[in-house]
Design a protein around this ligand. Sequence first.
Ligand code: UDX
Length: 443
Amino acid sequence: MRISVIGAGYVGIVTAACLADRGIEVICSTHNEKNAQMINKGAAPFYEKDLEPMLKKAVKKGKLHCTTNREEAILNTDITFVTVGTPMRSDGSIDLSFIEQAAQEIGKALKNKREYQLIVVRSTVVPGTTRNLIGKKIEENGGKKLGESIGLCMQPEFLREGEAVNDTLNPDMIVIGELDKTSGDILESLQRKFYGEKCPTILRMNIESAEMVKYANNCFLATKISFANEIANICELVPRVDVKEVMKAIGFDHRINPKFLDAGAGWGGSCFAKDLNAMKAFSTNLGYKPKIITATLEVNEMQAKHIVELAEMKLGTLRDKRIALLGLSFKPNTDDMRDAPSIRISNNLVEKGATVVGYDPYATENAKKAIGEKISYAKSIDDCLKGADCAILVTEWDVFKDLKPIDFLKNMKQPILIDARRIYNPKEFSNKLQYIGIGMSNR
Ligand code: UDX
């Protein structure tokens, strides 16, 4: 089986590189000439752990190449993965224009093909899109009927940034939404070939349920974190209660499980806000106003305000106070600033008249684009802390974990530290400076 991958973004390149690494021939297709050239040299257009060596090896072995010609990619392969982006519109709903364009191009290419082609949608799309938009556009443009010489599946992905290669190679489960048995059988046999003896559970269902799985998954994960943040906010009001102890304990209950229960600065990234907003808009449009999804979004928004209120509680007014932000990316080990909590925290601080300086070991350039000049950017941790009235630990990069109380004391004007990711030992730090930990009584 030869595979084409439409869209050379995050999911596309990781999928292509992993397939090619297992000896499957892959043709990647993007409209971005520069990215295509980079990929053909074995270079990844963005940083992702373990990706580039894999890409280099695959290109060198002739197992992967990238083209800007979608027809070429489709005509020379048997299965086509669609991985183009589905961004958020300003009203929160999903923008399907890239996926619509890709479907048209696939249809046109299939007009010139006699053999059977399986189309597998991996982009996150609201239920109904794969069949009613993608399927229809392919039929219209290809002059063929789905189910005859064209198969259609929807296989959601669950990749985390920074772990995308590992998550592709070791998924918890594989979800196959299928138009018909033939489509599902072909995709299942590809998965079984790819994973061999280590094949995870394969769940087969109809296309619309598979589309919904992806949203339910992200909504639930974001809800877990917002729940932890809500409990953290209550814990702060009660002497001696610590959210870390509480979440650790409930995580032992196997019905709950310990993951995604870390209270902090709130969640960010390219998927959670986009997918929760898309599901909210989709559901509202159907006549049901979702309550938990809405609350999850609200709690996340509030968490940034809450962190700023903690600074206010210590400093009184924030006007003309210098606040140091340690960490700007939405999570450690990435330079991605999409929907990063640091953006919300910076905006709230600046609104209250504070002077904000941020430091990030990796994301400064992207932070400048995302936050702009309303804050300044330090070149080192010491520079960031120098003269600050309060430091807020926003992203838990390893370099910050090594800091000791003296590193804050020697630089800051007032030694006030808000540990929004709970990476420091409260006892050690409270002895030396004014330490405020998220989710523990700070009164
Ligand atoms: C997420 C999903 O995990 C993934 O399945 C989906 O395909 C894409 O969205 P990603 O955005 O890469 O992946 O990041 P993830 O590691 O899930 O973290 C998301 C956000 O939640 C980060 O801002 C992180 O700091 C925050 N988080 C995570 C918490 O605040 N607490 C936690 O316990 C876990």
